[in-house]
Design a protein around this ligand. Sequence first.
Ligand SMILES: [Zn+2]
Length: 273
Amino acid sequence: MKHWLRAFLTRTPAGRDAIPEALWQGTLSRFPFLSQRGAAELAQLRQLTREFLRQKEFHGTDGLTITDAMAVAIASQACLPILKLGPTTQALRWYDDFVGIVVHPGEVLAHRSETDHIGVVHDYQERLTGEAMAGGPVTLSWHDVWQSGTSAAQGYNVVIHEFIHKIDMRDGVADGCPPLPPNFMGAATPKAARQSWLEQMKIEFVRFGDQVVMEQRFSGEPTWLDPYGAESIDEFFAVSCEAYFVNRPDFSREFPSLIVLYDAFFSAPSPSD
Ligand SMILES: [Zn+2]
């Protein structure tokens, strides 16, 4: 399914291929949270997006045809979390455990089966807007991707959510803590860095969980952030990062301590920069 990519990357001489200007500008205006940054960062985002498109394969389901605009919309949003994680090749290593991106027209009903503590198996269906599997493909609902320019007001973004799971799972476990650089935030050892990250995350996760309980059980004020973030700490990491990347002003008001933590990780200058 790479025909769309060849279609525009082969229009220019080898080595000078690029995302066409009109396509890029159309993407930036559809998703304003991408364009709210300086010229140098935008140029890096465009470069990352191009390389991402070279490395990944898109598959539409249920008759959905992946157009250039769809591929660039997904790729550019997927590259936002890794924008400052080093030069292009190094940054894209965060996503090198998979190739396929499966795009459904809308939400998908997934069949689940769980065994409870007394051994009873419960079968149920779950509505999914996206899914990321360790070492496997990322699945996305195109309806949600396309609406992400406006849903940024609520801090919602399905592409960033799933790709944050990928970053979280890079060390083999989805636990709300990505692999951290050595001496992260002045930590003496990698273990101490990880401990400190998880402690800060847990404080905010518990606080947010309490707010969600207040809302759902006691008709409290609705949370600005998607209550799905109260499911588990890895979902809290993914949900809060959506807001961090698409609506920094509201996110910094709601989670001032996480802004400091996330800035330290996602804006860390690479040693090889
Ligand atoms: Zn999730």
